[in-house]
Design a protein around this ligand. Sequence first.
Ligand code: ZN
Length: 324
Amino acid sequence: MQRNIAINTASSNTAPSDRPDPSTDRSRRPSPATSNRTPVYWNEHFLASRYAFDTTRKSALVVDQIKEEDLNVELVDPATFADETERLIGTVHDGAYVEAVRTGEPLDRAESQGFSWDEGIYPMALAHNSGLVAAVHDVLSGRVKVAGSLSSGLHHARAREGRGYCTFNGLAVAARAALDEGANRILILDFDAHGGGGTRSLLAPDQVTQIDVSTNPFDRWTPEGSDSYRLVDADDYLPAISDALDRAEETGPFDLVLYNAGMDPVTDSGVSPTTITHRESQVARWATARGWPLVYTLAGGYEHGRYRLDDVATLHTLTVKAFA
Ligand SMILES: [Zn+2]
């Protein structure tokens, strides 16, 4: 009902257009957030799979740290966006693949991301995607400039299968949500250690620019249009981030920035925690100075070498702090 009212109002108040105005379209859908603190989306379904892996468990540890440190963010349940997110997943992914993830049949497709299937996998992946859709709604409605979602396991997923521990591509789903809400130009900043080849395969380069700084060649991809992909060593990491942000500025302005804030450059590629702290403050300052709405998500970061899962959560909490 509310959605119909919003669409009717928008169409009666604005000049005819192919796209709704992002400031009027769905801004009337109430946000589940209740304050003007940075909303950070999460619920228990993020942990719904029996299959335990860093990406299906670490968000709970980030939540613990947010609470322990009393960070100036509002933890918000994205459940009211689940239906909308299911619809959007259906526009990004092949229907038979979505059904395989939901039912476990056929098993090879249901497990194509690399997990053993159980009935919690689908609600887990849906929740990680819903958090991003809710966050996009918050920033495009103008209620807040920045929102986060404690999601991961996104950017390698393809239309017809999962890949690299990624089930549904929440970045592509979030971009589709933004296009539906009237955004015309979207930037994906992918600073996960690995490439975002899955995301690039799912979105049109004229609508979505992808700027990627990787430290591992997995899922590398070929830039089109104003895209940029760079594979760098740990020693060159911060200059590459600066260059990427400069490039984004030249390419902008953007209606939305989706920031895939992976911590695996630290856990898997030798980038130092100090360097990654600089990265997060640099991205936050850059986004604030431009005034472009930004949604961040956790992405990669793994128990590896000297890093335990608690340490991985501490690294991800740096992102939450930078945008609080
Ligand atoms: Zn990664």
